[in-house]
Ligand binder design. Structure first.
Ligand SMILES: Cc1cc2nc3c(=O)[nH]c(=O)nc-3n(C[C@H](O)[C@H](O)[C@H](O)COP(=O)(O)O)c2cc1C
Length: 231
């Protein structure tokens, strides 16, 4: 079989994608059934996404703005949520970490396509404290802790072999030792939201969009306004 890409096949794939128009179901999101607290509403939807088979329902797309104003996005995993905000862990010297240091305003998007739902959270990200990062670090498998120590996330490296060598060196250094020190550059962020949008797909593209909003400097427990947006 030839490795050449068949242009007809590409054309067919594009056509298939374009014509596979899906109409969404009869589910609705109305003000009467909305939880008064967006974190409660989020917990309900997250549990439903999980029950209904969404793959990695805690995967979310983090959007940031770099120091030069360039937006960028990537997937991270939600590791905790309560009325203080949404927590994820990463390398703070990564591209996203540098962006958040320059501009803490960020978005999180949960793309639950399978159940025709989307949640978009906007707020300010702040680092979680060392004790909280240490506690989460300790729950990570040995291999993930070694990998996070070996990898200077987002920086170029000459080859895969170079990275694997570094992992081997660390495995020797920590041979028989489970207590791997958390690198200072690795830790959590908590995004404290001031806007949370719940989107429910409906038939004929007449979707439901309900948005919770409050002032950017409002503390946990302060009241939210709810607004319906046109689809
Ligand atoms: C499903 C999935 C989950 C991910 N979870 C994380 C995560 O929790 N933390 C993280 O730093 N990177 C995670 N990544 C990798 C990021 O998407 C990204 O490649 C990495 O963080 C570097 O991003 P940056 O260069 O924009 O900083 C995940 C990727 C995928 C596809």
């Amino acid at each position: 079989m030839s490795d050449a890409i068949d242009p007809d096949r590409i054309e067919r794939a594009v056509e298939h994608a374009l014509t596979r128009r899906k109409d969404y179901g009869e589910e609705r999101l109305d003000e009467g059934r909305l939880a008064p607290d967006p974190f409660v509403q989020f917990d309900l939807w997250l549990a439903e996404a999980d029950d209904r088979g969404v793959y990695e329902p805690n995967a979310m797309v983090l959007g940031t703005i770099g120091a030069d104003g360039t937006p960028s996005s990537r997937t991270v995993l939600l590791r905790g949520v309560d009325d203080r905000g949404f927590v994820f862990y990463t390398d703070r010297s990564s591209r996203k970490g540098l962006a958040l240091a320059a501009n803490p305003t960020a978005t999180l998007l949960f793309p639950w396509y399978l159940i025709h739902r989307q949640v978009i959270v906007t707020g300010a990200a702040a680092t979680v404290d060392d004790d909280e990062s240490d506690a989460y670090w300790a729950t990570r498998p040995y291999g993930s802790r070694i990998a996070a120590t070996a990898s200077r996330q987002s920086r170029p490296i000459g080859s895969r072999a170079e990275l694997e060598d570094r992992v081997r060196e660390l495995e020797e250094e920590y041979s028989g030792v489970d207590d791997i020190r958390r690198p200072e550059r690795w830790g959590g962020y908590r995004l404290r939201p001031w806007r949370i949008e719940f989107w429910q797909g409906r038939t004929s593209r007449l979707h439901d969009r309900l948005v919770f909003e409050r002032d950017a400097d409002a503390g946990p427990g302060s009241p939210w306004r709810v607004e319906r947006l046109q689809p």
